[in-house]
Design a protein. Sequence first.
Length: 286
Amino acid sequence: MSPRDATSGAIVNALTIDVEDYFQVSAFAPHIPRASWDSLPCRVERNIDHILLLLADANMRATFFTLGWIAERYPEMIRRIVDGGHELASHGYEHYRATEQGYGQFLADIRLAKAVLEDTSGGRVNGYRAPSFSVGPRNKWAFEAIAEAGYRYSSSVYPIRHDHYGAPDAPRFAHEAFKGLLELPITTVRLLRSNWPAGGGGYFRLLPYGVSRWSIRRVNAIDRQPALFYFHPWELDPDQPRVKGPGAKARFRHYLNLERMQPRVRRLLTDFSWDRVDNVFLAGRG
Ligand SMILES: [Zn+2]
């Protein structure tokens, strides 16, 4: 039974933020070597503070899937996330896709990220999200590594068709992906025998807001499941420095409708009840 909003009785959904900077996104990776990250103007701290304010205004909590690289450089920001009552989770150490690593490398990266995040926050980190949803039925070994690293849940699969990620045949809802490890896929809506994105990403900025609202309502009403939604801090930052080099498609996807994001997130926070992933999905699991 999913948690319900105490006043409205509506299903409580899970809100997640992938804490990384604009120069760390996978689509830009070929144009920005990791060695140059330290020399680039950072925007993540001001953007996270902005998101923390939006959440505080709405009196809601969320889960922040954070890179170890970011936590090492912004320990005060990590404190503010935790002090706000939010859940700190892991997005790996330095944003390598699972698909570009072997078992040992992948395990080392997600172990390091967990250790850094736990040291910085002083609390236990239960959740992990793979960069670019790079885990799915084709590399199930990754679930074993995530469990071995000590995580209790993963939110690494987006069960849609997409040119860079996605696993259209993967289960759409919470399930045990490996012994003791729950996979919590990003929300999709089932229509015309296909899964359509309903849990964030470029689609949320591309399509009218009403499409997302309709989709989340449908998942809550027809599937009777909580939605799991995600966005990035750089999506609320229309003034971020423009990266030179990526092709037209990558630039279109990254920069489209950034100025619409803040009002849309506010509407999401008004139209639905949201909480941290652990409160929505792990409550009652011991
Ligand atoms: Zn990411």
